[in-house]
Ligand binder design. Structure first.
Ligand code: GAL
Length: 803
């Protein structure tokens, strides 16, 4: 059997490499003890020099002779080292790898003699080396550095399975069969049998030995399988495919397993089909970066991003811009039913032929690594937003098809009429400027009838910070709404993937001068901005309602709140002012009717209040209300006709200017009104399911919540995010609060990043990580206003299996 051990603990790190690090491989002088995943330097949140991490550093670990196996293939598997790695074993060159987003394996076998420990030295060059994709020009993100994904030590029988690919096929979407292609390394004896097995919840549902012919062809086709549960977005049913080499008497000498899902995908000129059913793709782009530690985050953080996309943002697709993501991220997408656009590393620039060769290698490495993930529905085989390069892109497409004919290819462009070798015209559409069309028609861009997908929109067209004023955050949300609405209305656009899930650190050529691109629908800590609500409200999973306004009149010009937008999946919303029902509002009345759930627009906070409380006739009360609402929308610029009406009312009711201003103050601006409060009650099928209150408050609460209360060390350390919010009693964050928060930890936990910081937009989060010890940890979170919160987390160990 193959033995796989995590090799993430007991590494040593030095931030400046010298040749002596290789020759004196056993010396640990100047080294710090670290665990993987690791970033070469902890960065500030913003305003830093991105050259900080662009250096050559060195990592070392010692693998004990007892952990290695003579007569076996011994190798180390690196899941991702940025940006290039040279690996030495006991001072001798062992291997190297160019590119930070794909895995590689280093063969230790020649160094294994049964009694010598192996010192593995990894020289990591985190500089942006122009000969490696994505480098060569500028890129709008940081690539960080280090051994930032996990590492394993593998001991295998010399005869072992190198890889398998499981393809699921069906004609009727009821009966499936599997084609399993595989490659075996070493010499297969007649005395060996190969077994293919499908497991469901660890229970075998199909098993048989391969025929001689199948062994020779390295390909096995199962019989038609009945009773298969499909992999769908709602029920992403997973099976496990297991391929084993056994001796005739049943001893397993090698086994490889991977989760699989039975599903079909197709992009057609009228849209995207999953299992033969058309689905509009509604998604977001995701970078894999985190504050302070860059790319270096373990499984639970990768899982959480997938969960945030599916459960908090309610999207059905993510583009892993602009490179293949962590294996954990894909595993979680498989488990929860989130579709993935997976693409090769690159950004606008195409290098010389050696550079292109690495890009081609990236195509192969990506597909070989990820082809068994049912969540992956399309391969991106062009450098994001690069010009046409026919020879190069013919090759990337041919290679992708040759490796995996079951999935379509795309290649993300930013111009129309490009030469297309892919199955899907994938286009970043930034046409929307707020007052014009939201998306270009597919035919205008592709110049032909073919499958079409929008892979980016918004982003730099409207950067928005979580602490920007309400109007800006609302317009950000509305721009995403307009694009999604247009996509839903289109017969030819398969979907739209917005730019982007969260803000990210970037180079000085981009961003807001502080090395952050504020393009996210969430901030860097994954805290939602208003635009998140646009996505979340489209999902039917749970009742949802979010009001994109603080309703603080002082934040609005002339104290005019304008139209209010409730992003919700409710059928109707009742609006109450000081507990008097003003009116019931419906989504149908909004402009965004193509959306599954159009936002509910509240354009009347007066209702029948004037009729009820003022001396006007009912008819005149309606006119007064209409005029007041027009002033809210257009300011004092009433038409001549409306001015005449106003004059008539003033005369009829002998009103003074002050009387008019008082009406305005009472029903629109709420000047001098004692604690006006509004309540919004959302209904689904006539039952009240959500409620939001807005009121002017003086009582504020500091809250803190950990995403996970129990952290578990397994392959390596575990992390959890803790979100701190300073909010009013209605759970509205105090957007302009910059209180200082101090975090004190007691127990086996460390904080990632600084332990004191200012709130941003009234909110801030931080991550804590485990230290290799089980136990209880107590966290005290204090604000400089004297509020304190106490959290208690448990840390458990499953295995600490360093070699
Ligand atoms: C695109 C690019 C993305 C990001 C985005 C900002 O052109 O592909 O990586 O920079 O612009 O809106």
């Amino acid at each position: 059997m193959r033995q796989i051990k995590s090799l993430n603990n007991d590494w040593y790190f030095k931030d400046r490499f010298t040749q002596a690090d290789i020759t004196h491989y056993a010396s640990l002088e100047g080294y710090a003890s670290i665990r993987l995943p690791h970033n070469t330097v902890e960065l500030p949140l913003n305003y830093f020099d991105e050259m900080l991490y662009q250096s050559i550093s060195v990592y070392k670990t010692r693998i004990l002779a007892t952990a290695l196996m003579v007569d076996r293939v011994n190798r180390i598997h690196f899941e991702g080292v940025m940006a290039s790695a040279a690996v030495y074993v006991n001072g001798e060159t062992a291997s190297s790898h160019l590119g930070g987003y794909t895995p590689f394996t280093v063969d230790l076998t020649p160094f294994v003699d049964g009694h010598t420990d192996l010192w593995v030295v990894v020289v990591v060059d985190a500089r942006e080396q122009p000969h490696i994709p994505p480098f060569g020009f500028v890129v709008d993100y940081l690539t960080y550095g280090g051994i930032y994904r996990e590492v394993q030590l593998e001991c295998l029988n010399p005869t072992h399975i190198q890889w398998f690919k499981a393809e699921t096929h069906t004609e009727d979407h009821l009966h499936f069969h599997l084609d399993v292609l595989f490659q075996i390394k070493g010499s297969l004896l007649n005395a060996h049998v190969i077994e293919v097995e499908i497991l469901e919840n660890n229970r075998s549902i199909y098993r048989r030995y391969l025929t001689d012919d199948e062994r020779i062809k390295q390909r096995v086709t199962t019989e038609k399988l009945s009773g298969i549960q499909k992999w769908t977005l709602e029920r992403p049913h997973l099976y496990t495919l297991s391929l084993s080499i056994k001796t005739v008497d049943g001893v397993c000498i090698d086994k490889l397993q991977h989760p699989i899902g039975f599903r079909t995908v197709a992009f057609k000129s009228d849209g995207f089909y999953l299992n033969g059913i058309k689905i509009k793709l509604r998604g977001l782009n995701r970078h894999q970066s985190y504050p302070y530690v860059g790319y270096a985050m373990p499984k639970s953080a990768q899982y959480q991003d997938a969960e945030l996309l599916k459960n908090t943002l309610g999207v059905n697709v993510v583009r892993s811009s602009h490179y293949p993501p962590s294996r954990h991220f894909l595993d979680r997408c498989d488990q929860i039913g989130l579709l993935v656009f997976n693409e090769i590393p690159g950004w606008q620039h195409i290098g010389d032929s050696a550079w292109q060769d690495i890009a081609l290698k990236n195509v192969e490495e990506m597909i070989l690594r990820d082809w068994n993930h049912p969540s992956v529905v399309i391969w991106g085989v062009r450098i994001n937003e690069s010009p046409d390069s026919d020879l190069f892109y013919k090759k990337t497409n041919q290679l992708a098809k040759q490796l995996d004919a079951t999935r379509p290819t795309g290649g993300v462009r930013n111009f129309a009429g490009s030469h297309v070798f892919e199955d899907v015209y994938t286009y970043n559409d930034f046409v929307h400027r707020g007052d014009n069309i939201a998306l270009e028609p597919a035919e205008k861009i592709a110049k032909q009838k073919m499958p079409y997908l929008v892979t980016e929109h918004n982003g730099h067209m409207f950067p928005t910070k979580s602490f920007d004023v309400d109007q800006k955050r609302l317009e950000h949300a509305l721009r995403h709404t307009r694009v999604l609405n247009t996509m839903y209305a289109s017969e030819t656009i398969s979907g739209a993937i917005g730019w982007c899930m969260f803000d990210y650190n970037t180079h000085k050529e981009f961003g807001s001068g502080d090395k952050i691109c504020y393009h996210g629908v969430m901030d860097m800590f994954r805290i939602p901005k208003y635009a998140s609500a646009v996505y979340a409200s489209q999902s039917d999973d749970k009742p949802y309602m979010s009001l994109a306004s603080s309703m603080y009149i002082g934040d609005y010009n002339a104290s005019e709140l304008g139209k209010l937008y409730l992003f919700t999946n409710c059928d109707a919303v009742d609006v109450y002012k000081n507990d008097h029902l003003i009116k019931r509002f419906y989504p149908e009345d909004s402009l965004f009717n193509a959306l599954p759930h159009p936002p509910i627009v509240i354009d009347d906070l007066i209702g029948d209040q004037i009729k009820a409380h003022e001396r006007f006739s009912d008819k005149d009360a309606d006119v007064v209300k209409m005029l007041l609402l027009k002033i809210v929308e257009h300011g004092n610029h009433l038409s001549l006709f409306d001015k005449v009406k106003l004059g008539y009312l003033f005369l009829k009711y002998k009103m003074s200017y002050e009387d008019g201003a008082a009406l305005y103050g009472k029903y629109i601006a709420n000047w001098g009104q004692k604690s006006t409060h509004y309540r919004f009650v959302g209904y689904q099928k006539e039952s009240a399911v959500c409620e939001i209150t807005r009121s002017t408050e003086s009582a504020f609460i500091l809250t803190a919540k950990a995403d996970q209360k129990v952290l578990v060390e397994s392959e390596t350390y575990d992390v959890t995010r803790i979100v701190v919010i300073h909010e009013d009693v209605n759970h509205q964050p105090l957007y302009y609060d910059q209180s200082i928060i101090r975090v004190q930890l007691d127990g086996p936990l460390e904080i990632i990043g600084p332990s004191s910081f200012a709130l941003i937009g009234g909110v801030r989060a931080f991550w804590v990580k485990t230290t290799g010890t089980a136990g209880s940890a107590h966290i005290n979170i204090t604000s400089d206003r004297g509020q304190t919160i106490h959290l208690h987390l448990e840390i458990k160990m499953t295995e600490k299996n360093n070699a």
